[in-house]
Design a protein around this ligand. Structure first.
Ligand code: ADP
Length: 686
């Protein structure tokens, strides 16, 4: 470079620069002065260190050219002395040889550049001065910014921000780190980061693992329990970042940690609240199911009710119940009941109402095959047509199938579908297991009910047939009997006394038998008419009924000198004629089955017991052996000979049928020889 060019370069500097040349050789000093002369430099000089330091005290020197070998100081110490006096003034070392050792030492100790004395030219020198000044300026700017950064970081309270060396030992510490962990900088700097970890984590190697991951990934975020100085725990969120030098060698790590204990506690509380809410919701579902499932009229209703209760209260918005109606080998026939939250409960159309389920195929088939609930997160991957339809038309994403068992018998498979990627959790499975149990009980009960209903229908049918038969038979028997009676009477009128005595007696027997036959037929007819030919129920004052009975039996009462009394009787809703029949049968039995030497005393009373009236007809007659107390209410059962006590054995059977027809029951308390009390109930509030 020419002198003009150097001058031009120097002119870019804004002002005259003061250069202090510290050099004990006058020759070299002169040479430098000569080079810098006229190029905008104010060159000053010092021959000794002491002189130089004095000169520098004035603080107006912009750059120092320093020979390290002075009369009063040698080598690197010279540099150190100058540098510590004016650390902000760039120092260019003048050396006579290119001694690498000295040069690198000088650069490490604060020199900005070095120049070899014998090889100086204006270009080299001016460029070195300029370069050194720029470097010091940028170093200063860097230092200032680092300082600002340091102050900033140190002042951060909520974050622990610190550096670790490559082995994980603490190098820097900020006040946030102190606040969070309780360690002061003096206590922790130089210590390994495993101080913050629990013994269990240290044993697992967690501290080093975090650093290792940071190296592998370039940044590693972790969360976990850490220890404070006092041994208490805090939940930390930590970000590790590896730091490299310019050669790409790992220098250490920057670590930023936050104390998340409170947030975690808040999150935990929120999570618990949500879990509790979900549990409450599930309990509500269970309550709803329990209440409505028992009211269901049929198995389909029960299943539909369950699905409605679940679908309307959870995110499983569509439900399908597969009720097993037949099972053979690996297939079973099911009735499908669908529930869509957005529509009313529907039974699927006829084409899918009855469906064949194949073990292991489709969601329900898989649940059947495994015997356990099956969950499919992505239902679109399931090839079944129904699933595809649900995904396309109802936006369904996930599905769940739960088999309902009664022992080893598969009763139903409940399917639930959700437009979310809903995953059932343990409480939900427990809920479904509970519902499944209830459902199995209801299904079993409904099946039993169904069986009972059909048996009752059969029974009612055969009963009606039997009654019709008895009625027809009794009715048809009357006709030939009437004719027998007519001819016997004719025979008796015309031939009595004309044949021998035996013939007269035989005719008498035939007549008695006919009469008895008539009574029996009459009894059977009466019995068969109770349900079929009863009158409409109406309010009846039983005191009136009692009066009518006494009047009907007046002859017998008079003949036997009987006493027939009653308490005040209530009004009931009943068939009036049947009430007379009932009371009259019981009172007349009381009169009939009396001791020959004791006039009968019969009393009727009534008392209220819950929703019923309980009536009792008490007599002082023969009484009944305990073993016959139930038997006497059967058709044709009699305990006494017809010669002593005439009768058909139908009276009490008729009483029983009347009472039961009115919704009551009849029974008797008695002891042989001690009278009897016949009791019966009638509903008080019909
Ligand atoms: P019947 O009076 O025509 O014999 P019931 O059906 O009225 O037929 O009575 C059946 C049997 O019960 C009677 O034959 C009698 O042996 C017994 N019985 C009924 N009422 C009384 C009574 N009040 N005291 C003792 N025994 C009675």
């Amino acid at each position: 470079m020419t002198d003009q060019a150097s001058a031009a370069a120097t002119s870019t500097l804004e002002k005259t620069l003061s250069v202090l040349v510290v050099e004990d050789s006058a020759t070299h000093l002169r040479a430098i002065r000569a080079i810098l002369h006229g190029k905008g430099f104010d060159v000053q000089s010092a021959m000794t260190l002491e002189e130089a330091l004095n000169r520098l005290e004035k603080r107006d020197i912009d750059v120092v050219l320093l020979d390290l070998s002075l009369p009063d100081s040698r080598g690197i110490d010279t540099l150190k002395a100058i540098y510590s006096a004016v650390p902000m003034v760039p120092i260019i070392v003048l050396t006579s040889t290119e001694d690498e050792q000295v040069v690198s030492e000088a650069l490490q100790e604060g020199a900005q550049d070095y120049l070899i004395k014998g090889q100086l030219d204006s270009h080299l020198l001016i460029r070195s001065i300029r370069y050194s000044m720029e470097r010091v300026k940028s170093q200063e700017a860097l230092r200032e910014s680092e300082e600002r950064m340091r102050v900033l970081i140190e002042g951060v309270q909520d974050y622990a921000i610190f550096l670790l060396d490559r082995d994980g030992r603490v190098v820097t510490w900020n006040s946030g780190a102190e606040k969070i962990t309780g360690y002061s900088a003096e206590e922790i700097i130089g210590k390994h980061l495993s101080h913050f970890y629990t013994p269990a984590d240290v044993q697992k190697g967690t501290p080093d693992l975090g650093l290792h991951q940071a190296v592998l990934r370039g940044r590693y975020e972790e969360e976990g329990w850490r220890l404070r100085k006092d041994g208490s725990r805090f939940w930390a969120n930590v970000v590790n970042t590896p730091l490299y030098d310019t050669q790409g060698r790992l220098r250490g790590f920057a670590r930023v940690a936050r104390d998340m204990t409170e947030q975690r506690a808040a999150e935990e509380t929120l999570r618990q609240k949500i879990a509790l809410q979900q549990k409450t919701d599930l309990v509500e579902v269970l309550q709803a199911v329990t209440v409505s499932i028992n009211r269901a009229g049929s198995i389909e209703d029960a299943v539909s009710t369950c699905l409605k209760a679940i679908s309307s209260r959870t995110r499983w918005t569509i439900g399908c119940g597969n009720i097993v109606t037949g099972e053979a080998h690996a297939e079973c026939l099911v009735t499908k009941v669908w529930y869509f939250q957005d529509e009313k409960s529907v039974h699927a159309d006829d084409s899918v109402l009855q469906e064949r389920l194949v073990s292991g195929v489709g969601l329900a088939g898989q649940a059947w095959a495994s015997g356990k609930p099956v969950w499919i997160g992505d239902l679109s991957s399931e090839p079944s047509a129904v699933n595809q339809w649900l995904c396309e038309h109802k936006g369904i994403k996930s599905g769940l199938a739960i088999p309902v068992w009664e022992g080893t018998k598969l009763l139903a498979i409940m399917e639930l579908f959700s437009p979310e990627n809903e995953k059932p959790d343990q409480p939900f499975f427990e809920l479904m297991a509970n519902i499944g149990k209830q459902l199995s009980v209801v299904i079993e009960r409904k099946e039993l009910e169904q069986m009972l209903i059909s048996q009752m229908q059969e029974l009612a049918h055969s009963n009606a047939e039997l009654q019709e038969f008895a009625k027809v038979a009794a009715h048809d028997l009357q006709e030939p009997l009437r004719s027998v009676r007519g001819f016997v009477e004719l025979l008796m009128r015309r031939y009595k006394g004309q044949l021998d005595e035996d013939a007269d007696r035989f005719l008498g027997f035939i007549y008695d038998a006919v009469q008895r036959m008539e009574q029996l037929i009459q009894g059977v007819l009466e019995h068969s008419r109770i349900r079929t030919e009863g009158r409409p129920f109406q309010k009846i004052d039983l005191n009136e009924v009692f009066k009518e009975v006494v009047s009907n039996l007046q002859v017998a009462i008079d003949q036997t000198n009987a006493s027939v009394t009653s308490d005040e009787l209530p009004t009931v809703v009943a068939d009036p004629l049947q009430m007379v029949q009932l009371m009259q049968n019981l009172v007349s039995n009381g009169i009939k089955f009396r001791f020959a030497d004791k006039p009968p005393i019969i009393h009727i009373s009534a008392r209220r017991q819950e929703g019923d009236w309980v009536f009792s007809v008490r007599d002082n007659g023969l009484g009944i052996e305990e073993r016959y107390l139930k038997k006497i209410f059967g058709m044709f059962s009699r305990l006494h000979s017809k010669a002593d006590y005439p009768g058909t054995g139908i009276g009490l059977a008729i009483c029983k049928k009347i009472v039961e027809y009115h919704g009551g029951t009849i029974w008797v308390h008695s002891e042989l020889g001690k009278g009897s009390t016949f009791c019966f109930t009638l509903p008080a509030d019909r």
